[in-house]
Design a protein around this ligand. Structure first.
Ligand code: SF4
Length: 375
């Protein structure tokens, strides 16, 4: 656990009313100010020449990272600080790798399946993270996927477990992470990699899913299976999102069904769930349209309005920033039904546009559009 400002302060001359109390040599006005800065790691411990050995030891232990990070280029393995995601967040998603034995006659087909595989997610395309090439004399083309040799894999400073028994693997993973996080024990600070031998695909999927949750930093599969990777990547996305940060999409102008400069315009916030509910509807309509997405820290429309993240001024700035006036001739924007009460403010701030109250639910958009064009 990191030390609090108060815990640090107790060791300083200011708390002990000692000779150098609040001497300002550290550049802070008081010992308490130094303690608070140090707790946030905004100042170096060495700035105070009167720090005692007990504080030095306790502070350095408290800021020590429980788990090391091993890098393969920009791919990071490990570096985790907590046992449970809600304590802070998990940092680096479990690396999912596939072993390809280049001495096998069908290795090129296997490699093609791996490199062709992708899942489209929120603002991102997910692929296999890493290919480990065994018995390769010449590195084959692995497309966009990072590839290392088996020798390089063996040289990584990570703890490797071959998954021969679920209970054993589970125990090693839990013990290692617990000792690393709770005791900051250096013997357990290396990231952990589980190697899944060929076997029953359903068991492999269930066990690997468990290891992603607790606490594999990397999993290597001897076989590649599209369904397995799709399932595991989807699961991984749920575990490795920051619970304190709502899922959000990029602000901007999105197009549906080849719109032209006269197409209708919808508007919403950048909360991912709202965005996808609306875009699903707009995509399935046979009507070309635009969607303006307002930056609102990933908040849903009403929450954004109450937090002043949806204001007429922000709408006006977004229109300017994305050159909406230059790109589109349409001068009416359909706003979410839940924001009906903002109409007057919007009209005053953006007088060259008409704002039309749309639906409260995305599922009602289809009917709304039919009536809109008939009306
Ligand atoms: Fe307090 Fe700063 Fe002086 Fe240290 S250097 S005794 S923290 S005021």
């Amino acid at each position: 656990m990191e030390m609090t400002g108060l815990q640090i302060f107790k060791h300083l001359p200011g708390a002990q009313k000692a000779q150098n109390s609040n001497c300002k040599e550290c550049g802070c006005p008081t010992c308490m100010a130094f303690a608070l800065k140090l707790a946030k790691q905004n100042i170096e411990l060495e700035k105070c020449p009167y720090v005692d050995e007990d504080l030095k030891k306790a502070y350095l232990q408290s800021i020590k990272h429980p788990q090391k990070t091993v890098c393969i280029g920009d791919l990071k393995i490990g570096g985790e600080n907590v046992l449970y995601r809600h304590e802070k967040t998990f940092v680096n998603p479990t690396v999912l790798a596939v072993l390809v034995d280049c001495s096998k006659p069908d290795y090129k087909e296997k490699l093609k399946l791996i490199t062709d595989f992708e899942i489209k997610g929120v603002n991102e395309v997910y692929k296999v993270d890493l290919v480990i090439l065994k018995n390769c004399t010449q590195k084959p083309d692995c497309g966009m996927i990072k590839a290392i040799t088996f020798e390089e894999f063996n040289g990584l400073e990570i703890t490797k477990i071959v998954d021969e028994d679920f209970t054993k693997t589970k125990e090693i993973l839990i013990t290692t992470r617990t000792k690393a996080v709770k005791d900051k024990d250096d013997r357990f600070s290396a990231p952990v990699c589980v190697v899944m031998p060929e076997g029953d695909i359903f068991k492999t999927c269930a066990y690997a899913g468990y290891y992603i949750c607790k606490y594999a930093n990397m999993i290597v599969f001897e076989e590649f299976d599209e369904a397995l990777f799709s399932t595991l990547i989807t699961l991984r996305q749920n575990i490795f999102t920051n619970p304190q940060k709502p899922l959000q999409v990029e602000e901007g102008l999105y197009e549906f069904n080849n719109p032209d400069e006269n197409s209708i315009i919808f508007l919403t916030t950048n909360f991912a769930l709202t965005f996808f509910a609306v875009t699903n509807e707009l995509e399935s309509l046979e009507v070309p349209s635009y969607l303006i997405v307002i930056p609102a820290d990933g908040m849903s429309v009403l929450t954004a309005w109450s937090a002043e993240k949806f204001t007429a001024k922000i709408v006006s700035e977004t229109l300017k920033k994305h050159g909406i006036r230059e790109k589109i001739k349409t001068r009416s924007i359909i706003i979410p039904g839940l924001l009906e009460h903002t109409i007057d403010e919007l009209k005053q701030t953006v007088p060259d546009f008409e704002f039309v109250v749309g639906t409260r639910e995305a599922s009602e958009i289809e009917n709304f559009v039919k009536n809109y064009f008939q009306g």
